[in-house]
Write a protein that binds this ligand. Structure first.
Ligand code: F6R
Length: 248
């Protein structure tokens, strides 16, 4: 694991965007798995800008879903699908056939999990996984206490996730369950970039990096991945016992 601290969220996001762009240049049919939410939004904005500026071709890139809210329609602007559609799929003209996304409204959620498991196998694994850290240390919807050998599964959401998740929705929603890739699939990715910004994440960042690696803090498993990068801004890093130097 390599830890980098950037002065600002914008600098962190530019760097993360650079990794995504470099991968797609080197491997145009790369398999990407992308978190949604406030943390990576700026990274995706920079990906789109860079891709347009340097004419990077995303027409062969493939997308595997990381997670989705159960019982929320894909068309709801708060859904993970809608977020990525707005920030990545539409601006980069990534077509339906390139995307394999969880349907959180599927009648048979187990079959939904199995089809993603099968797809990951068919595409020979995920090349790059972009993660955010939840306030409770979750990654995807792998909530504290999750088993680390699960594949795609339906998760009962932690109380913190149910409350915090409302920020993505304009109307009243009841968030009970999520459908998510499992820790074993996240750790099988060839490369992981995990991002955190802002002082609200400083406690969980400190716990992730300084406490024992365990399923109580699912994000801590990323530390064991041989090709993982953790990108923090200065605010997210502010409570670390040893302040790493800031990227110039
Ligand atoms: C969403 C996801 C979640 C978020 C996490 C942080 O697809 O995978 O694990 O990354 O909850 O969310 P933000 O970035 O909104 O703080």
């Amino acid at each position: 694991m390599r830890l980098s601290v950037f002065k600002t969220h914008d600098e962190l996001s530019r760097s993360a965007a650079g990794h995504i762009i470099q991968l797609v240049i080197a491997k145009p049919n790369a398999v990407l798995c992308l978190a949604t939410g406030n943390t990576p939004g700026l990274t995706y904005k920079h990906v789109v800008e860079l891709a347009k500026k340097d004419q990077v071709d995303f027409s062969r890139a493939r997308i595997i879903s990381l997670d989705e809210w159960v019982d929320i329609p894909r068309t709801n602007p708060g859904s993970c699908y809608s977020f990525l559609h707005e920030h990545i799929f539409a601006p980069l003209e990534i077509h339906h056939e390139q995307i394999n996304f969880f349907n959180g409204q599927a009648v048979d959620l187990i079959a939904e999990c199995q089809q993603i498991d099968k797809k990951i196998h068919e595409v020979d694994g995920i090349d790059l996984m972009v993660l955010g850290i939840g306030m409770n240390g979750h990654i995807g919807f792998n909530e504290p206490g999750v088993s680390n050998n699960l594949k795609a599964h339906v998760a009962e959401l932690d109380d913190a996730t149910r409350v915090v998740g409302k920020k993505y929705f304009s109307g009243e929603v009841e968030l009970k369950r999520g459908i998510t890739l499992g820790i074993s699939q996240i750790l099988a990715a060839k490369k992981i970039i995990m991002l955190a910004n802002g002082s609200s994440k400083s406690d969980i960042v400190k716990r992730t990096l300084e406490e024992e690696i365990s399923n109580f803090i699912p994000a801590s498993f990323v530390l064991n991945h041989p090709n993982s990068f953790i990108f923090l801004d200065e605010l997210a890093a502010e409570k670390l016992s040893q302040r790493p130097s800031v990227n110039p």
